[in-house]
Design a protein around this ligand. Structure first.
Ligand SMILES: O=C(O)CCC(=O)C(=O)O
Ligand SMILES: [Fe+2]
Length: 389
């Protein structure tokens, strides 16, 4: 049965406006394709991560096998790969092509879609150069697209390039949610021995209001002089704020994760995979038992300096109304975990508090300086800290 997508509804209700949009201009046949840059030849200290084959999920005993495979990673590493997630490489590469063309738009076009940083609203375009590190401006651009639900309908606009492909972007985002995020949440429930395997799924329904979003990202290439001056670190070590982050395979090295042993290792580009990392809200829901992994993006190896680093990401988050107290789980009860907050905190409050810091370097610098010990209170007694090289 064919279902009407939000985008289809949109296009039937805005015929007059859409008719001026020249869809053919943005057809893939008329867009120069994104080509994956070559991998580095340098020998880096690569992280060893498990790969979950999601094809096994629906087989007899598959969920239990995958949960077993994941158990160590989600408690101690926080990063793993998934493969066979039900999107073709062509569909993935089409999204990379859209990302490439989006970031090639003139600044004044992108500026029409700029984030409302002061309101901690990350949907839209985040321009490069907002953060200064080692006396250099960052080279990171982001375009975030919210969920395709009634809560966001008409609230955010996209340039024609993306408008022409919205049904496909909607399909792509929803597929990631249903084929990757929800199955992973059931695996987490199995690991936590929750009586209801769908408990976490029910806090991540697509239709209900939450801050999940799909992201195009670009780390623009720099000249050798600029790379040399950038001091080896593009981004600070951080944890992501949601449930899980899905990061599509792209070949430019740079992503590193902080191990339990205090060492940083590089995440390699495994063909056909999505890299997944656990983030803060799932950690909060388990009193820190599931690991929100610390990671950062550093300057790529020199043989990749001449390439842009293009990213496709999906950020999953619980419903805004979810309260971030530890779940009632035999595993968590036995471990004696406690809430990480001094009072009940909802996801909506959490997202706003952390995004305020992430989107506003001026506010963040002041707040980090307050304690003077390399930590900052994000909300209700929960502190983030700086992770130095
Ligand atoms: O680009 C990457 O590899 C990771 C990006 C990241 O950590 C983030 O956007 O939170
Ligand atoms: Fe991150």
């Amino acid at each position: 049965m064919a279902t009407t997508t939000i985008t289809e509804k949109l296009s039937t209700t805005t015929v007059a406006e859409e008719s001026v949009l020249d869809f053919a201009k943005y057809d893939y046949n008329n867009l120069e394709r994104y080509v994956h840059p070559p991998e580095t030849k340098e020998k880096l200290n690569w992280a060893e991560l498990v790969t979950l084959d999601l094809e096994d999920y629906d087989r007899e005993g598959g969920k239990e096998r995958l949960a077993k495979q994941l158990e160590h990673a989600v408690q101690h590493v926080g990063f793993f790969y998934v493969k066979n997630y039900g999107l073709t490489q062509e569909e993935v590469d089409n999204q990379f092509t859209l990302a490439k063309h989006f970031f090639a738009l003139p600044v004044d076009v992108k500026a029409k879609y700029e984030c409302n940083y002061a309101a901690a609203d990350y949907n839209g375009w985040r321009r490069n150069g907002r953060r200064v590190e080692n006396k250099n401006f960052d080279n990171v651009e982001i375009f975030n697209i919210p969920k395709f639900t009634k809560d966001f309908e008409g609230k955010y606009q996209q340039p024609e390039l993306l408008k022409a492909h919205l049904p496909e972007i909607e399909h792509f985002s929803k597929t990631l949610h249903s084929n990757v995020v929800l199955p992973l949440l059931r695996l987490f429930a199995i690991i936590l021995q929750l009586p209801d395997e769908d408990y976490l799924v029910k806090q991540h329904t697509y239709e209900k209001k939450s801050e999940d979003h799909f992201r195009y990202m670009l780390y623009r290439k720099r000249t050798p002089e600029e790379w040399a001056a950038s001091g080896g670190g593009v981004g600070n070590g951080h944890t992501d704020l949601g449930t899980v982050t899905l990061l599509f395979r792209q070949p430019i090295a740079g992503l590193q994760i902080l191990g339990d042993d205090g060492n940083w290792t590089w995440v390699s580009a495994q063909p056909g995979t999505i890299t997944v990392n656990l983030a803060d809200t799932i950690s909060h829901l388990t009193g820190g038992w599931l690991k929100s992994s610390v990671h950062r993006v550093v300057t790529p190896p020199e043989d990749q300096w001449a390439y842009d680093r293009t990213g496709l990401l999906y950020f999953a988050r619980p419903h805004n109304e979810t309260v971030l107290n530890p779940l009632d789980s035999p595993v968590l009860n036995a471990a004696g975990v406690k809430s990480r907050f001094e009072k009940p905190v909802t996801v909506e409050e959490w997202v706003k508090a952390k995004q305020t810091l992430q989107l506003n370097p001026d506010i963040a610098a002041k707040r980090w300086a307050e304690a003077g010990d390399g930590t900052v209170e994000v909300l209700a007694g929960f502190r983030d800290r700086k992770y130095k090289p």
